[in-house]
Design a protein around this ligand. Structure first.
Ligand code: SAH
Length: 340
């Protein structure tokens, strides 16, 4: 359908930019659904994931000078499982960090806030990063940025077009004003994506780290370089679905462009580490050793533990598509799990 046809379809046809459509659909989805019926995330696969991130946070806290108090911020905490595992590990290995930290959650879904409160009742909730109080911080975000809205552009012979949504279909409108650079490798017909919401979030995190000190660890699926491609997808009942068909009924995501995030954080003056593949990151932080330790202590769940570790780290599963990236002050030492 062309833009002219969509307009001609009459006043009942609303045309929305893709990011507006995705924001509206996901807000409705997270408000009304249990997303974990549609997808599984690393902390839901294995407790070892959260324990490794807990040990990472404790080491990072020491590395930034053990500030007390310190904000332990998680964006998009889902069921609260990750923070529960993180806190259990910290209580055991870093009691001073445990008593210094204050948990802050960034979560817009009232339904998920209630679930998070069952596992982490001491948390304070906020709608966005701007509402979190000032102070040194450790920030965790696992599979958060992939849920933030994206814009999509199409390279055309004349320059470019942007994709809008009308009546459950894409409408391409020639770009008159803003057209971001097409990534290397794009040819006429190529689609490319840009998440202004994800970039703004990383800018806010980098500014906070620069002003108050701290570190942010971002884990998500995506690419280490900006490249053309359409990664907009919907999952419904664990299966791929048409992302435009039933807004609010499916989980809509897109791959995270780690190069764009790194650029934004560096522009704010911060240092960026990675991205590195999740399998490499978890391997360096002792995934295999921790899994073996737990497997020996719990023989009945040993094969489940080993299978979960493989799922998180094997390149053909979550190990390569998922990546880890860290934002610190330039003066901070190398964060655990990242190469110099
Ligand atoms: N980190 C969790 C959950 C990932 S699902 C895990 O690893 O299991 C995405 C999470 O981000 C959900 O908690 C969802 O409600 C939240 N979320 C999505 N969009 C958001 C937004 N714009 N602002 C704040 N939270 C959001």
């Amino acid at each position: 359908m062309s833009a002219a046809q969509a307009m001609a379809a009459g006043p009942n046809t609303t045309m929305e930019r893709l990011d507006a459509f995705m924001a509206r659909a996901n807000a409705a989805y997270y408000a009304s659904h249990d997303p974990f019926a549609d997808f599984t995330t690393a902390p839901e696969i294995s407790q070892v994931f959260g324990e490794i991130l807990g040990a990472w946070a404790a080491e990072m806290w020491q590395a930034i000078g053990a500030p007390d108090p310190v904000l332990l911020i998680e964006a998009g905490p889902g069921r609260g499982t990750l923070m529960q595992d993180v806190l259990r590990l910290i209580s055991r290995v870093a009691p001073a960090f445990r008593s210094a930290l204050r948990v802050h959650f960034i979560e817009t879904s009232a339904r998920l806030r209630a679930e998070q409160a069952q596992r982490v009742p001491q948390a304070t909730w906020h709608d966005d990063m701007a509402a979190v109080p000032a102070g040194p911080c450790i920030v965790l975000a696992n599979e958060f940025l992939d849920a933030l809205p994206i814009r999509q552009f199409v390279r055309t012979a004349e320059g470019g077009a942007e994709r809008f949504v009308a009546d459950g279909r894409f409408v391409e409108c020639p770009c008159e004003g803003f057209l971001p650079d097409a990534p290397p490798g794009s040819i006429p017909g190529s689609i490319w994506e840009r998440s202004e919401a994800a970039i703004a979030w990383v800018e806010a995190v980098a500014a906070r780290v620069m002003q108050h000190g701290g570190a942010a660890l971002i884990l998500d699926y995506g690419t280490s370089e900006s490249r053309p491609g359409d990664s907009f997808q919907a999952l419904k009942g664990g299966r791929p679905a048409d992302p435009l068909a039933e807004p609010g009924m499916a989980d809509l995501t897109a791959h995270v462009d780690f190069a764009a995030l790194a650029k934004a954080a560096r522009a704010a003056g911060a240092a960026v580490w990675g991205s590195v593949p999740q399998g490499v990151f978890l391997g360096r932080l002792g995934l295999a050793q921790r899994t073996e330790f737990l497997a020996r202590a719990n023989p009945l769940s040993a094969s489940d533990l080993r299978e979960s570790a493989r799922r998180l780290a094997e390149p053909s599963r979550m190990g390569l598509l998922f990546k880890a990236m860290c934002v610190t002050r330039p003066s901070a030492p190398r964060p655990p799990g990242f190469a110099a």
